[in-house]
Design a protein around this ligand. Structure first.
Ligand SMILES: NC(=O)C1=CN([C@@H]2O[C@H](COP(=O)(O)OP(=O)(O)OC[C@H]3O[C@@H](n4cnc5c(N)ncnc54)[C@H](O)[C@@H]3O)[C@@H](O)[C@H]2O)C=CC1
Ligand SMILES: O=C(O)C1=N[C@H](C(=O)O)C[C@H](O)C1
Length: 251
């Protein structure tokens, strides 16, 4: 049995994960962690990691960047693995995730769906072939409750594309504040927020007389929940290190 502490358990993703593991299997949520300590499922909910005494193998975190330090502190102190799915971290916070991965197994990805991780690899391949002649723009669409922009996934895709480009690209988030033509080495990142759109990502490669578009559309939050459960299982028995969906896809 893999015992999970679910961080952000009372959020949208926390609830979807709680429902996904409710009917048994090899993963059990033994405690929830959230600033909102409402009890909605059959596990206790805490707002302080020091109050959690039940043994756990892994923390799954879908919460808020402000919570990262507490999650990593609990995991490294107690030798518990971490699945970090929260997005919107700054550079210093990302470094803290990398540092923690020197001590414990950490699975970190901005998107837990296999489909998104596949289109990320496809976009990287497209960038390798098309660079120089095609302008790259990324459009992401999400629900009106999302607080970070651009999405962690859009940034992840841009970072992967960047690895293929001979010239370091400049990420451009706002074309409104400047009056000038697009530079060749830009990657434009654009966010749409509305309704209950689960998550859509399109990478556009626009060339002369031809456009290549690679799109992923999520139809439910369950794909992310199931991905994070898979990630928790994947970490079982692993040594300290940084893992992501590519490791699962290459298995
Ligand atoms: N990697 C992935 O595949 C996915 C990542 N996400 C990310 O997961 C995060 C959560 O998403 P949702 O569940 O939609 O958000 P939400 O806002 O519905 O839930 C967040 C939960 O975290 C709690 N929380 C907020 N600040 C906290 C703090 N400082 N300490 C402890 N708990 C705190 C809130 O009370 C709430 O219950 C977001 O960053 C989102 O972008 C969401 C879906 C997929
Ligand atoms: O907040 C969300 O909902 C999502 N966030 C992630 C992101 O920022 O990329 C992943 C997914 O698209 C849903």
């Amino acid at each position: 049995m893999i015992n999970v502490i679910l961080s952000g358990c009372n959020g949208k993703m926390g609830k979807v994960i709680s429902n996904a593991v409710k009917d048994g299997g090899t993963v059990k949520i033994v405690a929830g962690f959230d600033i909102n300590t409402e009890k909605n499922f059959d596990y206790p909910v805490f707002d302080d990691f020091d109050k959690i005494t039940v043994p756990a193998n892994v923390v799954i975190d879908f919460s808020h960047p402000a919570n990262l330090e507490k999650v990593l502190c609990y995991c490294t102190k107690n030798n518990v693995s971490a699945v970090i799915a929260t997005t919107g971290f700054d550079g210093a916070q990302t470094e803290k995730i990398f540092d923690a991965a020197k001590k414990i197994p950490v699975f970190y990805t901005a998107n837990m769906s296999i489909g998104v991780n596949l289109i990320t690899a496809l976009a990287r391949q497209a960038a390798r072939v098309l660079q120089g002649n095609f302008d790259i723009e990324i459009i992401e669409k999400h629900h009106n409750q999302k607080i970070d922009a651009p999405s962690g996934t859009a940034l992840m895709i841009a970072d992967e594309i960047k690895k293929e480009l001979d010239e370091t690209p400049e990420y451009v988030y706002d074309r409104h504040s400047v009056r000038k033509k697009r530079d060749k080495n830009e990657i434009g990142l654009h966010s749409v927020r509305g309704g209950n759109i689960v998550g859509e990502h399109t990478v556009i490669f626009a060339g002369n007389d031809e456009v290549v578009e690679i799109t992923h559309k999520a139809a439910s939050k369950e794909i992310f929940a199931l991905g994070s459960i898979k990630a928790a299982k994947f970490l079982s028995g692993k040594s300290a290190g940084l893992y992501n969906m590519q490791d699962i896809m290459n298995m």
